[in-house]
Design a protein around this ligand. Structure first.
Ligand code: NAD
Length: 264
């Protein structure tokens, strides 16, 4: 394939199935000539990830539960031995117990707070540290966040607090890694019906609300996110780091409900 990502090799973390945001991103990168490796969470997901990777010409799969430091070390050791370098990394991983993605934020348990922060926030810093050793100037990292970091969204709860911390870590990592010419950004995606999002109570209402109130009057797809990810991970975005880039059909810029305004 010819394209923007020719000669670049990258790791995609967080592919679960063909509805995953990671899949939208991987397809966009693959279509532009990137060579891809995939890490998956557990044996059960391997069966789903393998054929998807094969569609993009990859047989480079590594099992990696990011809660396990040794597994994270092993993942990067495998990349080093097979590729010797890394040009980009996509972190599309988040987790919180479903029981706490409904009701009141105030009821969050200490245990799930720590778990959510570890998987959804710290893991990005943990992989950035290992990726840095394999990257040269021009390297690019990307994570996924959501508007519930910035504003209250019903039921998003501890995940919103985690995404706020993730966005702050993007800025700190951008400065740390910027010295070596490596860029770190996040895409803040509008709500999309994926496996992880299905754990959030009231997802259907969120999707309807967004569709009615976004400037583009629609929800976004994993391919919308893939296009923006391709730009941020490619050299086209060589001057962009530390950014939280919204891919949400414009929803975040609206200060007054269109529903009411248009009915009036
Ligand atoms: P998804 O369920 O397809 O992907 C989530 C991934 O996280 C899965 O592949 C899962 O295996 C992985 N994961 C969870 N715990 C893990 C662990 N301990 N170790 C390794 N991997 C682990 O759902 P998605 O919506 O594509 O989620 C990808 C990212 O996008 C998440 O960070 C999510 O918060 C973010 N995001 C999603 C939406 C949305 O509406 N779907 C909106 C904005 C941001």
């Amino acid at each position: 394939a010819q394209g923007l990502m020719n000669g670049k090799r990258g790791l995609i973390m967080g592919l679960a199935n063909n509805r995953s945001i990671a899949w939208g991103i991987a397809k966009a990168l693959g279509s532009q000539g990137a060579e891809l490796a995939f890490s998956y969470q557990g044996e059960a997901l391997k069966r789903r990830v393998e054929p998807l990777a094969a569609e993009l010409g990859s047989n480079f799969l590594v099992e990696c539960d990011v809660a396990d430091d040794a597994a994270v070390d092993k993942t990067f050791a495998e990349i080093e031995s097979r590729w010797g370098k890394l040009d980009f990394l996509v972190h599309a991983i988040g987790f919180s117990n479903k029981e706490e993605l409904e009701g009141r934020y105030i009821d969050t348990s200490a245990e799930n707070f720590a778990l959510t922060m570890n998987i959804s926030v710290y893991s990005f810093t943990a992989v950035a540290k290992r990726a840095e050793k394999l990257m040269s100037p021009g390297g690019s990292l990307l994570t996924l966040t959501y508007y519930g970091s910035d504003k209250y969204v019903p039921n998003y709860n501890v995940m919103g607090v985690a995404k706020a911390a993730l966005e702050a870590s993007v800025r700190y990592l951008a400065v740390d890694m910027g010295k070596n010419g490596i860029r770190v950004n996040a895409i803040s995606a509008g709500a999309i019906k994926t496996l992880a999002a299905s754990g959030i109570s009231g997802l259907r209402d969120m999707l309807h609300w967004q569709e009615a109130n976004a400037p583009l009057r629609r929800n976004v797809s994993i391919d919308d996110v893939g296009g923006s990810a391709l730009y941020l991970l490619s050299d086209l975005a060589s001057g962009v780091t530390g950014e939280i880039h919204y891919v949400d059909a414009g929803y975040n810029i609206v200060g007054m409900k269109l529903l009411d305004a248009e009915a009036a």
